[in-house]
Design a protein around this ligand. Structure first.
Ligand SMILES: NC(=O)c1ccc[n+]([C@@H]2O[C@H](COP(=O)([O-])OP(=O)(O)OC[C@H]3O[C@@H](n4cnc5c(N)ncnc54)[C@H](O)[C@@H]3O)[C@@H](O)[C@H]2O)c1
Length: 322
């Protein structure tokens, strides 16, 4: 099948493109910037520009739409709206007009209120109430895709869990894992946020344990309860995208795609420290705390989605490849 992967230079899109090619698909990438993914063809362009999208869709049979801006900083909200909502509208509209065979939309677990869920595990029946501007753009993107679905677009919506390459876990400078597991990286992130009493209290809590040498921290809520979350290996997620593109039961459906199980930070961080050799501190933070778990039961039942890596498997894999 001839597939367009948008966001093909990104951490997930590059792996999706590689896996699709390995399983015999022809892949054209589309991104703002060139990347290192193995591709059959590449169109450089902006999702906000309809002419670039027309060029990218020429001869294409299915689309994996992963191109998006991810940010939690207020200064990026307008740009996110352009890329994530206007871009999705432009692409879905053009794909519908061409009768594209399958349109997979990369949505996010952030369409749920992950910071304050009504029940656990969060499955696809959970109310969607995003609490971030990013989550809002993903939910509106879903609605744009469903709307074109009512006008003939064959779509599948995949709500990705938090996803990264396993190697990022060992890298204090990495975009996701740095601030999540490393003291000084978290301090740098918080100092870049707009001032608020909760940001100031969190900075103070981290400064109380910080040293020049990097350390890990076990993130806890203000009461001292350790965070819990779901983290998906990009290779597992890419297999989920492949199912969204190819599996007949994916059509018209919405699925959570994530790891086999969640993890608690008081178990996970000491395990990570066993590979990095860094000290571990326990820190109560006052910014967004999370204690959630997401169900992948629907994707497992209907699509045979079977992720391989949990958090501990990702750490083992990253350490073995270091
Ligand atoms: N990584 C996660 O934890 C996670 C979780 C949920 C959902 N998602 C979604 O999965 C998709 C891929 O995420 P990722 O982690 O690979 O992100 P990423 O930032 O690594 O990659 C996104 C890519 O999209 C491209 N892009 C952004 N705006 C564009 C535009 N206007 N036109 C063309 N290209 C554009 C970027 O250049 C980048 O290469 C995104 O849609 C994201 O919202 C990711």
């Amino acid at each position: 099948m001839k597939i367009l992967v948008t966001g093909s230079s990104g951490r997930i899109g590059s792996i999706v493109a590689g896996q699709l090619r390995e399983s015999g698909d022809w892949v054209r990438g589309f991104d703002l910037r060139p990347g290192s993914a193995p591709l059959d063809d590449f169109v450089q362009g902006d999702l906000a520009t309809p002419a670039a999208i027309e060029a990218a869709l020429d001869g294409i049979e299915a689309v994996a739409h992963l191109g998006a801006l991810m940010s939690w900083h207020p200064r990026d909200e307008a740009a996110m709206f352009e890329s994530n909502l206007r871009g999705t509208y432009n692409l879905a509209r053009a794909a519908a007009a061409r009768g594209i065979g399958r349109f997979v939309f990369a949505s996010s677990g952030e369409v749920y209120p992950e910071l304050d869920p009504q029940f656990l595990p969060i499955d696809e029946t959970h109310p969607t109430r995003p609490t971030s501007a990013y989550g809002m753009t993903k939910l509106l993107g879903e609605e744009a895709v469903r709307s074109f679905g009512r006008r003939g677009l064959k779509f599948s919506i995949l709500r990705f869990a938090h996803t990264q390459a396993a190697s990022e876990l060992l890298d204090p400078t990495s975009f996701f894992s740095g601030p999540r597991f490393y003291v000084n990286a978290k301090l740098r992130q918080l100092r870049g946020l707009p001032d608020s009493p909760n940001v100031a209290k969190s900075i103070a809590a981290l400064e109380a344990v910080a040293t020049a040498d990097e350390q890990h921290y076990i993130g806890c809520d203000p009461s001292g309860a350790p965070y819990r979350m779901c983290m998906c290996d990009a290779r597992d997620l890419a297999r989920g995208v492949g199912l969204g593109l190819h599996h007949p039961a994916a059509e018209g459906e919405t699925f959570n795609i994530g790891p086999p199980r969640s993890f608690a930070f008081d178990e996970a961080v000491p395990y990570l420290a066993g590979k990095t050799g860094l000290a571990v501190r326990r820190v109560n933070l006052f910014t967004a705390s999370y204690r959630y778990e997401t169900s992948i039961g629907k994707a497992s039942r209907l699509l045979g989605y079977a992720p391989v890596f949990d958090f501990f498997g990702m750490v083992d894999d990253a350490a073995a490849r270091r």
